[in-house]
Design a protein around this ligand. Structure first.
Ligand code: AMO
Length: 443
């Protein structure tokens, strides 16, 4: 009988294993993709791209039992050779090649020169040839860091007693309202793609008290901007038994602190590669929406045009203001006008025109919306009625309140926007693996 007994042990060594000084001068086996070849005649430097980084291998005529001319960039190869220290090579080691085995050969030359330190090409070309441009070391590092952000979100929230959930992305009704809905035909019934997991995460507070989800959401944005995608990853959490909405902001601050520490520890290589200017989140200033508007109008001599919402330029100026005045990278803007917030937001009893909600701005752009929600059934029903909203298609959501929910609140954080600002990028497509925008449905 043949059995599968677990992960196969391989002779092949990975970069972190090759760094063991005990292996110096010994014969090792490695594999990887040919990232670049520098042919110097009798000697050629073949740099392999491996999952943990780059590895320099040296081809020597007469010593390496292989014709260097048949190794092309993009080929997957296996090498047997002698491991040596070499300070000038990436990670300080190199392999003197003895034997080479070709595992897979490319058919064409790559459309982009990915071995350059920085890809010298337009964003459009990078996105058109995405599977290739992402092989560039710097491009790849962006998404390692993005992995770190999601890992931090998960780890931190597990530690705070949250349960991870998965909610449907096809539904009957919009959760956020607005015009950016993708509509579809669900076996002859009208349906929509989820704009957020809002209704479901609230329903799940009645089950687990604290829940979170990291999943795609869909917004049919009608304009191409540098901050909007039609599909993005929303980092959401929702928690019960809050005293007020500052509990939500405090939880987010805790997450950011945890994220920064994790990135500094486990993603130091990528952060260095991309010269990440790590933000500070030890204390984040909060400012009321009205005050924020006034402050920037006064300091930057700017007229307030829309009293109910923040214009992108205002967001940038609020961030600039708090950077200049407080040295802050993040700022919480609180008490947004009820008029501009979705129906589920709790209005401030002290002034019902405002909500007990907030946005988090990070280096000039909104990355999070959150706040306290209405938990009282009658109150929620009244708000639906006052807004002239139908309850058809949301009965199950509303019934959840009828059957009881604790005071609660939560937030939604745009992963691509957070990554963009962390890496100092100014277009959200730079920090999206395969962006979906007005014109881009492929790759
Ligand atoms: P909101 O609609 O403000 O709130 O979205 C939350 C966060 O998601 C990001 N975001 C986007 N990122 C890329 N492209 C888009 N088109 C896009 N739209 C939004 C932003 C934003 O701050 N349910 C609420 C959250 C909550 O209160 O829990 C919601 O979805 O970073």
């Amino acid at each position: 009988m043949d059995y599968i007994t677990g992960v196969n042990k391989k002779e092949i060594l990975e970069l972190s294993e090759l760094l063991d000084p005990k292996l110096e001068q010994s014969t090792v086996k490695v594999n990887g993709t040919v990232h670049t070849i520098r042919d110097m005649g009798e000697v050629a430097f073949v740099v392999l791209r491996k999952r943990e980084g780059l590895l320099q291998c040296v081809y020597e005529e007469g010593v390496t039992q292989f014709d260097s001319k048949t190794v092309k960039e993009g080929a997957a190869i296996e090498i047997e050779g002698v491991l040596q220290r070499e300070e000038r090579a990436p990670n300080g080691i190199e392999i003197r090649m003895r034997k080479v085995r070709l595992l897979s050969e490319p058919y064409d030359t790559l459309p982009l020169t990915i071995s350059k330190w920085k890809l010298n090409t337009s964003l459009e070309a990078k996105l058109d040839y995405r599977s290739v441009s992402l092989r560039n070391v710097r491009e790849r590092a962006k998404f390692k860091i993005q992995e770190g952000i999601v890992r931090a979100f998960r780890d931190f929230l597990y530690g705070q007693g949250f349960t991870e959930i998965r909610t449907p992305k096809i539904g009957a009704k919009a959760a956020e309202g607005g015009s950016n809905l993708f509509r579809l035909d669900y076996f002859r019934r009208p349906a929509v793609l989820a704009q957020s997991p809002q209704f479901y995460k609230q329903m799940m507070v009645g089950v687990f008290e604290r829940v979170f989800e990291t999943a795609p959401v869909f917004r049919a944005e009608k304009h191409n901007t540098k901050r909007h995608l039609n599909e993005y990853t929303s980092l959401d959490f929702e928690m019960g038994y809050i005293d007020d909405f500052t509990d939500i902001m405090a939880m987010e601050t805790g997450f950011l602190q945890y994220m920064i520490a994790l990135l500094e520890k486990d993603y130091a290589k990528e952060c260095k590669l991309l010269s990440v200017d790590m933000p500070k989140a030890d204390k984040i200033p909060t400012v009321r929406f009205d005050d924020a508007k006034k402050k920037v109008a006064e300091k930057y001599n700017r007229e307030i045009r829309n009293p109910y919402d923040l214009e992108p330029e205002e967001e940038a100026l609020i961030s600039q203001y708090f950077k200049e005045e407080e040295g802050a990278d993040f700022v919480f803007v609180t008490h947004y006008p009820s008029k501009k917030r979705p129906v589920y937001a709790m209005d401030d009893p002290a002034n019902p025109a405002d909500t007990l909600s907030f946005d988090l701005l990070f280096r000039g752009i909104e990355i999070t919306t959150g706040g306290q929600r209405i938990h009282d059934y009658q109150q929620l029903l009244e708000k639906f009625t006052n807004r002239g909203m139908e309850t058809e298609g949301v009965e199950q959501y509303l019934n959840t309140f009828k059957w009881g929910l604790p005071p609660h609140g939560g937030l939604g954080l745009g992963l691509e926007r957070l990554t963009m600002r962390l890496l100092g990028e100014d277009n959200v497509r730079e920090t999206t693996l395969f962006p979906r925008d007005l014109s881009r449905l492929e790759p």
